[in-house]
Design a protein around this ligand. Structure first.
Ligand code: HAM
Length: 428
C-alpha cells in the first residue's frame, strides 16, 4: 500500500507527459507571439514568496488564503508560500526593483506553475499552469479592454470557439464600503437561507456570497442590490467607457452582476472567460482578471494603477483535447541517419550538428549498433530517406542514401550530403 502511494503524484498534481507537451508548447508559442506584438516583456518570479505577501494582497478572508495555500517554515523561521497566483509577486517585483522609474505603462507577461490546495475536481488542480499579462502604471479603461482583446486573440489563435467574457465592476474604496453595507443588511435578513460557507462570508466578505455556486444562495442573491447600481461617478464612467471599447472591438461580452472574483485586490473592472459547451461549463473559467489600482499602494507606498489577467493552461488544454483541435503539422522529420562502427559513430556526431546548423531535422539512434535495428526504426518512423554511414564509407568519404519509398540505394559524397538532401527535400 505504502509503495503504491509512493509511486503516485501528490493529490491534485500531475505529470505533463511527452505526448502532452505539444499542447503546452503551442499555448506558450501563441502567448509569447501575442505578448511580443503588444510589447509585453517576460518576467518570471520565484515559486516561493514570503507568506505575508499573499496575506496582504489576496486578502485574509479569501478562500485562497484561508484554505488553499501551501506554506512552509524555513529553518530560519520565515514562513514561505508556494505562489497561488502571479499578480502579487509581480507587484512585489515592481516595488523591489524600482520599476516605477521605467517608462510607464510597464507591460509584463509570465508563464509558469502555481499552487492551490483545492479540492481536486474537473479543471481544478493543486499544481496548475497559468500565463498572465499585467499592465502597471496605466489607469485608462482602454487598457482593460485591450487586455480582454488579448485573451480573445489567444483563444482564437488556439482555434477555440464560442468563447465569451463575463464582465462586471466591483467599484473602489470610494463606493464599495457603502455597497457592502447595503448587501450585508439585505443578506442578514435571509441568513437562514444561506449555506454554511456564505454565513461565514457574510461576516468577512459579503461580496463573495454573490458568486456562491449553491442554488439556495443564488436564490437569495437573485434580487440582492447590485454593485453597478451603486458605483461612484469615477467607477461608473470607467465601466461605461470600458464597455464602449468592447463594443468598438466587437467582442462578445455579458454583464454579470454576480461576478466578484476570489481575490481582494481588485477595483473597478473584473472579467472571466468561459467556453460555452457542456465541457466548458464543467471546467469553469478559462481565464480571469481585472483592475487592481490599490495593490501597489497596499504593498508599497506608490500610487500605481494596474490591470491584468491570467489563463488556466490545464483547462485550455482539456478543451483543446475535447474538441480534437488540430494545428498545422510541425516540420516533419524526413531523414534518418544510421551508422555502423565506431569511426562512423564519430563522423555521425559531427554530421548531426551540421544538419542542425542547416535547420534540417534528423532522427538517429547513436546508441544502437545493429544496422538492421536502425533500419527497422527508420521504417517505423516513416522517414523519406535514410543515410547509412559505415566504416568503408567513412574511409572513402562517401555515404549511402536510401530512398525509403523505392528502396533504391545510391552512393554520394560525404561532403555533398547536405546540399543533396536539401535539393531532394525541396522536390518532394
Ligand atoms: P484566477 O481567476 O484565480 O486569477 O486564476 C486565473 C485562471 O487560472 C482561472 O480562470 C483558471 O482558468 C485557472 N485556475 C485557477 N485555479 C486553478 C486550479 N486550481 N486548477 C486549474 N486551473 C486553475 C488569478 O490568478 C489572477 N492573478 C489573475 C490576474 C492577473 N488578475 C489580474 N492580473
Amino acid at each position: 500500500m505504502r509503495k503504491k502511494i509512493l509511486l503516485q503524484t501528490p493529490t491534485g498534481m500531475h505529470d505533463i507527459l511527452p505526448e502532452e507537451q505539444k499542447y503546452y508548447q503551442k499555448i506558450f508559442d501563441v502567448v509569447s507571439e501575442i505578448a511580443k506584438f503588444y510589447h509585453f516583456q517576460r518576467i518570471e518570479t520565484p515559486i516561493l514568496e514570503r507568506t505575508d505577501l499573499f496575506l496582504r494582497s489576496i486578502g485574509l478572508a479569501t478562500d485562497i488564503v484561508q484554505k488553499e495555500m501551501f506554506s512552509l517554515k524555513t529553518k530560519g523561521g520565515d514562513s514561505l508560500t508556494l505562489r497561488p497566483e502571479g499578480t502579487a509577486p509581480i507587484a512585489r517585483a515592481f516595488i523591489q526593483h524600482g520599476m516605477q522609474n521605467l517608462p510607464q505603462p510597464l507591460k509584463l507577461w509570465y508563464f509558469g506553475p502555481f499552487f492551490r490546495s483545492e479540492h481536486p475536481q474537473a479543471g481544478r488542480y493543486r499544481q496548475f499552469w497559468q500565463f498572465g499579462f499585467e499592465v502597471l502604471g496605466a489607469k485608462s479603461p482602454v487598457i482593460d479592454a485591450q487586455i480582454v482583446q488579448i485573451f480573445f486573440n489567444i483563444f482564437q489563435e488556439l482555434k477555440l470557439k464560442n468563447i465569451i467574457v463575463k464582465v462586471n465592476s466591483i467599484g473602489d474604496k470610494a463606493c464599495r464600503p457603502y455597497y457592502k453595507k447595503l448587501l450585508s443588511s439585505y443578506l442578514k435578513y435571509r441568513i437562514d437561507e444561506l449555506c454554511e460557507d456564505c454565513r461565514r462570508r457574510l461576516k468577512e466578505n459579503p461580496l463573495r456570497v454573490l458568486d456562491c455556486k449553491e442554488e439556495k444562495c443564488q436564490r437569495v442573491t437573485y434580487n440582492a442590490p447590485q454593485m453597478i447600481d451603486h458605483l461612484c461617478e469615477e467607477c461608473r464612467a470607467h465601466f461605461k467607457e470600458f464597455l464602449e471599447y468592447l463594443e468598438e472591438l466587437g467582442l462578445p461580452y455579458q454583464l454579470d452582476t454576480r461576478l466578484v472574483r476570489g481575490l481582494d485586490y481588485y477595483t473597478k473592472t473584473v472579467f472571466e472567460f468561459f467556453e460555452e459547451s457542456e465541457k466548458g461549463k464543467e471546467i469553469g473559467a478559462l481565464a480571469g482578471g481585472g483592475r487592481y489600482d490599490d495593490l501597489i499602494k497596499i504593498l508599497g507606498k506608490q500610487d500605481v494603477p494596474g490591470v491584468g489577467g491570467a489563463g488556466g493552461i490545464e483547462r485550455i488544454v482539456s478543451l483543446i483535447k475535447e474538441k480534437a483541435i488540430k494545428w498545422p503539422k510541425e516540420k516533419k522529420v524526413e531523414i534518418f541517419l544510421a551508422q555502423l562502427g565506431n569511426l562512423a559513430k564519430r563522423k555521425s556526431l559531427v554530421l548531426i550538428e551540421n544538419f542542425r546548423k542547416e535547420g534540417i531535422p534528423v532522427f538517429e539512434s547513436l546508441d544502437r549498433d545493429s544496422l538492421k535495428a536502425q533500419l527497422r526504426l527508420a521504417d517505423k518512423l516513416g522517414v523519406r530517406y535514410t543515410l547509412i554511414l559505415g566504416q568503408k564509407e567513412v574511409l572513402e568519404g562517401t555515404i549511402l542514401l536510401r530512398d525509403m519509398i523505392s528502396g533504391k540505394q545510391e552512393v554520394i559524397k560525404l561532403d555533398k550530403v547536405l546540399p543533396e538532401i536539401k535539393k531532394r527535400l525541396k522536390k518532394s
